[in-house]
Design a protein around this ligand. Structure first.
Ligand SMILES: C[S@@+](CC[C@H](N)C(=O)[O-])C[C@H]1O[C@@H](n2cnc3c(N)ncnc32)[C@H](O)[C@@H]1O
Length: 276
């Protein structure tokens, strides 16, 4: 059923204002399907009735955060798209080990980390392929807008469907503990990642200078000016020799000319122009 234009516009402008998420006109079904369970949890007979409730609810109320959670797409899985992880293992981290031999410290950011699979994949890759980093200072930050996904990420808890997406039985056995239908990342893995709330379209908090930023499958939802602002902000928090990894449908090309794209195997990595 199509929503009233005013209802659709209320939700789409809320998503745009709060998270820069664009819901194109005509995507009424998307709004209906994403909000229908919140409507019933809040005792509303329909999505339009729920949107009315939302209109009357102060923006500081947690209901707005829940609506934003429902409108975001949290799809993720372990070692997603594999090629960026191959590039990290074969080229990027070996080069960083040489460049940072004196400091013995490396920093990574999984921005828009969703439920944590990307950050934990990076931890497993480091533990499996770079035992020489065991006594280095490795900082891994995961961040997301959604409190719900961050709670799951911090707990490192995955159901059967999630654990079987991207992990081999050997990695599951080594890094997760099974209790019934829930697999929990072991304490060492969980200690390696600091998950923090962060809305990419708000003023950025003070961040470390990162060697690698993984910001995959999130800019795709943003309009051009928002992508440009985010790329400028990443540039300011990335080491001059650092690498940015985007989703396979994302690029800096035609958005920000201060990046060069570098092909590493099947992956494309973006580096600040002028980096060695
Ligand atoms: C499709 S998931 C991508 C997860 C992971 N990076 C990957 O590629 O598998 C997109 C994530 O971006 C988050 N997100 C959407 N808008 C955001 C914003 N404005 N600030 C921070 N995170 C945002 C969502 O909550 C969601 O968890």
């Amino acid at each position: 059923m199509a929503l009233l234009t005013a209802d659709f516009e209320f939700v789409s402008s809320f998503a745009r204002r709060s998270a820069a998420i664009i819901i194109e006109p005509g995507k009424d079904y998307f709004v209906e399907s994403r909000l229908s369970s919140l409507a019933s949890i809040n005792a509303c007979a329909s999505v339009p009735e729920f949107i009315n409730l939302l209109r009357k609810t102060p923006t500081s109320h947690p209901l707005h955060g829940k609506v934003l959670d429902a409108l975001t797409t949290n799809e993720t899985f372990f070692f997603r798209d594999i090629a960026p992880f191959d590039a990290l293992r074969e080229t990027i981290i070996p080069k960083l080990i040489t460049q940072r031999a004196a400091q013995r410290s490396l920093s990574f950011w999984s921005a828009a980390s969703s439920t944590g699979q990307e950050a934990y994949s990076l931890c497993m890759l480091i533990r499996e392929s770079f035992p020489q980093l065991a006594d280095w200072n490795i900082q891994i930050i995961g961040s997301d807008l959604s409190a719900t996904v961050l709670t799951q990420a911090r707990a490192g808890r995955y159901n059967e469907f999630e654990i079987n997406r991207g992990l081999t039985p050997a990695l599951i056995k080594k890094y997760f503990t099974q209790e019934g239908n829930v697999w929990t990342a072991n304490a060492e893995l969980r200690r390696m990642v600091d998950f923090r709330p962060m809305n990419l379209i708000e003023a950025w908090p003070r961040l470390p200078i990162f060697d690698v930023v993984l910001m995959r499958n999130v800019m795709i939802y943003f309009d051009v000016p928002t992508k440009q602002t985010i790329l400028r902000n990443i540039r300011a928090t990335l080491h001059p020799q650092g690498s940015l990894m985007l989703g396979s449908a994302e690029t800096t090309i035609n958005l920000d000319s201060s990046w060069q794209s570098v092909g590493l195997g099947r992956a494309t990595v973006y580096q600040p122009i002028g980096s060695a």
